[in-house]
Write a protein that binds this ligand. Structure first.
Ligand SMILES: CCCCCCCC(=O)SCCNC(=O)CCNC(=O)[C@H](O)C(C)(C)COP(=O)(O)OP(=O)(O)OC[C@H]1O[C@@H](n2cnc3c(N)ncnc32)[C@H](O)[C@@H]1OP(=O)(O)O
Length: 253
């Protein structure tokens, strides 16, 4: 059956209303158990031999010691054990990350067909481990804060031996965009304002932190800092404005 764009948008909207927003990172993602007491760090099956979608936010062999140390630091706070020995959600939550965001998002089957079956999330489309964007995002709901541990691979070179400013902007957009979607549901970036303070050495691991400044109607204002992992060096700072959108807007109908 052939459907018009408007029909498809109506169908999608109905799906979102009943099942949650498409891009909300706060919505349960495929394959991630959410019940209380469940173990939240999944052991990934060996990729590419697995039928499961690959979760790019899990460690791989390219992750250096600093990337692993920070991953363990935040991941260990995703679940806490009470005095009674019960496992409970901790203050942080690791956000899974797939390269087919349309396919695995709620309602995305229709969007995937409608838009492009070959669509891939920009930051997750290079499969060679360590070559480009290696990162994992953790969110702290109570503090309305996101932290991303980012290791910049050799394909992201800009000035010799350092990370390209566009790649840094990409990561800032990805982290603040994920954070805004977690807080506000489907959004698009309206404005990013970036100040580059000191270059990031290629291959190094940095922290990207996003904080909510304010919410005003459809607008979510965030600020973001990229620092060395010990926080002593400021590499980049940015502010972002994200506007809540409807599915119809996304489809242009
Ligand atoms: C998992 C990985 C996550 C990755 C996340 C990545 C997110 C992205 O990169 S999105 C892609 C990049 N962004 C885009 O392509 C967006 C292109 N722009 C647009 O589609 C539209 O301009 C859009 C949706 C942002 C706003 O359009 P629309 O919904 O019609 O809003 P509009 O009516 O123009 O404006 C609403 C309000 O926002 C304000 N506003 C809109 N744009 C801006 C802006 N750039 N700066 C400041 N204010 C703005 C308006 O002034 C208005 O304010 P008020 O209500 O106070 O009068």
């Amino acid at each position: 059956m052939i459907r018009s764009g408007a029909q498809m948008a109506r169908r999608l909207s109905a799906g979102f209303l009943s099942r949650g927003p498409l891009f909300s990172a706060g919505a349960p993602a495929a394959g991630v158990p959410l019940g209380p007491g469940t173990v939240r760090t999944m052991v990934a099956l060996p990729w590419p031999f697995s039928s499961q979608p690959r979760d790019f936010s899990l460690p791989n062999s390219s992750w250096g010691s600093e990337m692993m140390r920070l991953y363990e630091h935040y991941n260990s706070q995703c679940e806490v054990v009470t005095e009674a020995g019960e496992r409970q959600r901790g203050p942080w939550r690791r956000l899974p990350s797939y390269n087919r965001s349309l396919k695995y998002a709620t309602g995305g089957v229709y969007l995937s067909k409608l838009i492009q079956s070959k669509a891939r999330l920009f930051t997750r489309n290079i499969r060679a481990p360590g070559a480009a964007f290696e990162y994992v995002v953790f969110v702290n709901k109570e503090e309305q804060r996101c932290v991303c541990v980012f290791q910049a691979g050799h394909l992201l070179e800009g000035p010799p031996g350092h990370v390209h400013g566009g790649a840094i902007a990409t990561m800032i957009d990805a982290v603040t965009g994920t954070h805004a979607a977690y807080l506000s549901g489907p959004v698009m970036t309206a404005n990013l304002n970036i100040n580059y303070r000191s270059p990031i050495p290629l291959g190094s691991t940095v922290l990207i932190e996003s904080c909510l400044d304010k919410n005003e109607g459809r607008k979510t204002f965030l600020s973001c800092k990229v620092t060395s992992t010990d926080g002593s060096k400021l590499h980049t700072e940015a502010t972002g404005l994200f506007l809540s959108i409807t599915v119809g807007k996304l489809l242009g109908v």
